[in-house]
Design a binder for this molecule. Structure first.
Ligand code: BV8
Length: 234
């Protein structure tokens, strides 16, 4: 059985990472246009760097850890005999820290930086700024940006994701509001033979495409559902 899992900010919410859009429509006090678009970065790189520096510092300060859902997914992958792909929209490293192996961070990774001059991708845990020099090329200054996918930019791994989706037998969407494309369009690419399961606190615009919708917290429902799969009771 080929299993494709798509996770969103909701799987990391109980680990303490704010989800994408709060009630005020702002994202940690910022408009998306100002901090998660190439235009926003061109207008005010310092503001964008400050937005990601804050999130990066929080992610590595020891206060944020993988939760039961991240751990259950890693365990399921370890025991699963068929093909398994975990696509995440999240830029945190909680799936990797939980032990998941086949993880595809389609919106990039907060703990990586990319050189706008050469395309080189570097592991990065420090702050970034327009004065940051590349450690390996000190005369290159200000060429590094967060290695994340902003709105209007093409997500990573698209071909691999949609090729897997077209032949998967089980698709599980966890903690995603299904409003951001092309991630929200993955479910529509699964074949008629595929079983689709949505685990979320609330309904989403894509809920009607799922045969099974499980409403509740990821920390409770993901371990429970994966256990039921393993026991053959679901
Ligand atoms: C693209 C990285 C072209 C950065 C992110 C008009 C103008 C311009 C563009 C568009 C447009 N209309 C559509 C678009 C395309 C646009 C888009 O979809 N816009 C939306 C907003 C309308 N998409 C893009 O621009 C994408 N690129 O289209 O390029 C292209 C593409 C393909 C081929 C050719 C050309 C790029 C999108 C990526 C943007 N970058 N993140 C960063 O993180 O800083 S997206 C950002 O949104 C985050 O990654 C986040 O993950 C994602 C939001 O989605 P969710 O993960 O679902 O999070 P959210 O908070 O929304 O929802 C949380 C859910 O969890 C909720 O349902 C909640 O109920 C649930 N939940 C909460 N707690 C729990 C829980 N569930 C269970 N348990 C809990 N405890």
């Amino acid at each position: 059985m080929n299993v494709l899992v798509l996770t969103g900010a909701g799987i990391s919410a109980e680990s303490g990472i704010p989800t994408f859009r709060g009630d005020d429509g702002l994202w940690e006090g910022h408009r998306v246009e100002d901090v998660a678009t190439p235009e926003g970065f061109r207008r005010d790189a310092a503001r964008v760097h400050a937005f990601y520096n804050k999130r990066r510092r929080t992610l590595i300060d020891g206060s944020i850890c993988p939760g039961p859902a991240h751990i259950a997914l890693a365990e399921f992958e370890r025991q699963h005999s068929g093909e398994f792909l975990l696509v995440t929209q999240n830029i945190d490293d909680l799936h990797q820290r939980a032990g998941s192996r086949n993880v595809l961070p389609m919106h990039g990774e907060l703990l990586k930086a990319r050189c706008m001059l050469t395309g080189d991708i570097l592991d990065w845990k420090d702050d970034l700024s327009v004065e940051t020099a590349r450690p390996d090329e000190p005369d290159l200054v200000g060429t590094l940006r967060p290695h994340v996918v902003w709105f209007g930019e093409i997500p990573f791994g698209m071909d691999q994701i949609f090729a897997f989706a077209e032949r998967c037998d089980l698709f599980i969407a966890i903690g995603t509001s299904a409003v951001v494309y092309p991630a929200a369009g993955i479910v529509a690419s699964t074949p008629p033979t595929c079983r689709r399961v949505e685990i979320n606190l609330d309904d989403t615009p894509q809920s009607s495409r799922f045969e099974t919708t499980i409403r509740g917290k990821a920390s409770v429902e993901v371990p429970r559902f994966l256990e039921s799969l393993r026991a053959g009771t679901d």
